[in-house]
Design a protein around this ligand. Structure first.
Ligand SMILES: [Zn+2]
Length: 236
């Protein structure tokens, strides 16, 4: 165990932090894909809802049209009968019936018209969503190929950095190598190597005794932080 062991792990840590940045770049880019996917999924759900509503309204319209047809037939009958009315009482009853039926008729016509308007809005919505889905599929494919390209580029950099980490590990004493690998499991990408800054661990701020500080500076043994368990390296 000597100073070069500590130089190695400090260098490894700095390389790992670079790897972390490259991985974060990839994740950030992948979020663009996730965003488009989420948007598309929600629009597909909307399309499903609108399509169901179109079917329901169609059924509703057909029911109302049947009612309207019936009312119109009754109205025709009543209009025919009014000419055959033999007394005033009969005529007045028929007039009343005609009035009731006419009100019913215009009510039904109005209702049908409202549904038809709603239906036309729904059809426009379906067209808009389909248009969006088509356009966003193209953007998705573009972004996917961009991300793939970036992944390749970042992956190459990461591989280089990893190779340098490996070389530095091979170049370290067995004791340091073993200790670092164990720490790296626990503190992967979270700085497994810490320093003493102002008498305390840089990572967790636990105070370091002066005896421990001397041992750290001597760089001949492994000194661990009592607070977080990271190895404490001398500053060069
Ligand atoms: Zn600590």
């Amino acid at each position: 165990m000597d100073r070069s062991d500590f130089e190695n792990v400090i260098e490894i840590q700095s390389l790992q932090n670079k790897i972390k940045i490259h991985l974060a770049n990839i994740d950030e880019e992948k979020k663009r894909i996730d965003y488009i996917h989420t948007e598309r999924e929600s629009r597909k759900e909307e399309l499903d809802e609108v399509s169901k509503s179109i079917i329901a309204i169609k059924e509703e319209i057909s029911k109302l049209e049947k009612d309207l047809f019936k009312v119109e037939a009754e109205l025709t009958q009543a209009n025919k009968h009014i000419n055959d009315a033999t007394n005033e009482k009969q005529a007045s009853a028929l007039e009343h019936e005609i009035e009731t039926l006419s009100t019913k008729q215009s009510g039904l016509e109005e209702e049908i018209l409202e549904f038809l308007e709603k239906q036309s809005e729904n059809e426009q919505k379906v067209d808009d969503i389909r248009e969006y889905l088509k356009g966003s599929l193209e953007s998705l494919q573009e972004v996917q190929s961009e991300v793939l390209e970036l992944e390749k580029k970042e992956g190459k950099e990461i591989k280089n950095l990893e190779e340098r980490v490996q070389a530095l590990l091979e170049n370290s004493s067995e004791t340091m190598k073993k200790a670092f690998l164990a720490l790296d499991k626990k503190f992967h990408f979270k700085n497994p190597v810490s320093f003493v800054i102002g008498g305390a661990c840089k990572q967790c701020h636990m105070k370091v005794t002066s005896i421990q500080k001397s041992a750290i500076d001597a760089a001949t043994s492994l000194e661990y932080c009592e607070g977080c368990g990271r190895v404490l390296a001398p500053t060069f």
